[in-house]
Design a protein around this ligand. Sequence first.
Ligand code: GDP
Length: 362
Amino acid sequence: MEAGIVGLPNVGKSTLFNALTESKSAASENYPFCTIEPNEGVITVPDDRLDKITTYITPQKVIPAVVKLVDIAGIVKGASEGEGLGNKFLSHIRAVDAILQVVRCFEDPDVIHVSGQVDPMADIETIEMELMLADIESLQSAQQKAGKTARSGNKEAIERLAVIDKCLAHLESETPLRKLELTEPEEKCIRSFGLMTLKPLLYVANVSEDDVEGTSELATKVREYAAGVGAGFVAVCASIESELAEVPAEDRGEMLDAYGLKEPALNVLAREAYRTLGLQSYFTAGEKEVRAWTVPVGTAAPQAAGVIHTDFEKTFIRVNVFTLDDLVEHGSENEIKNAGKLRVEGKAYIVQDGDICHFLCN
Ligand code: GDP
């Protein structure tokens, strides 16, 4: 699962991406399965629950969850027709699972805006339009292919064609597919097209230093728009965050206070990106390590175990589960068991966000 950062030139993408990957570059030895390209970064997802768990269980290591980010540079007006990096850019977006769009809400006469003035709503419209045009193009070519097969009476192709037509009609009314209601079979049938306006979206408003909460008129417009189109929203001041990222973690407190921040906004951004990707964490807690493991919402216990080791999915027998509240109340897994609160769950169990799991496998 990975999220791609997009945005018009000069909105602060690189500044944010560098701050994110600099301050949080996760210890790569813990994630040997990730190959990291130059425009990719792995960021940790700060989670208070890990700190709480380690007040009861003292491990040798604490390993938080991570999100992979891809910096997708190069969108400009006309990208869908091959302007700028055009098609290459679009193929990068097709490959990610969610989109983080940075929009400029800060005024700074020294930083040129590509269209001459700071207007986040116009920027949003420009990018949305390029993505819709590209989706229309993908769907039209799929329509041709499905059309041929459908004419020979192929049932699957006839069904696919109906969904393609439905999506095209929606896009032609200038609305992103995110707002279109699709049944699960319909969604499945177009999943392989990599449609971009169907991907979960998080707007990252790059706000001025004096508007860290994003309450200015410009940021408010973006927040309200995001809520209306089913997208997430987070306000971040990239220049503050890049300063913060250069300061050792233990020295950040004073700077945060000075800016009126409770924690770096990048922490909020990392958590929101995780949520936008539809991810959640369960924990394992032992003396060796306390660790957050990442699973999509709705994952069953055997598949969740498979994230730790692929064999565990097949050899899964059962899982002992407790919650952080149980741990706070009773102090240890043993005491939770003695109190009759340790749940034993089988293969059909759907893992919940925050579960502390102890898997038993063959
Ligand atoms: P990108 O083209 O979207 O990757 O934008 P950059 O990250 O390269 O930023 C473009 C310019 O805007 C650089 O000169 C940054 O220093 C500046 N910049 C980025 N974020 C902020 C911000 O929050 N406030 C101010 N004043 N300048 C910023």
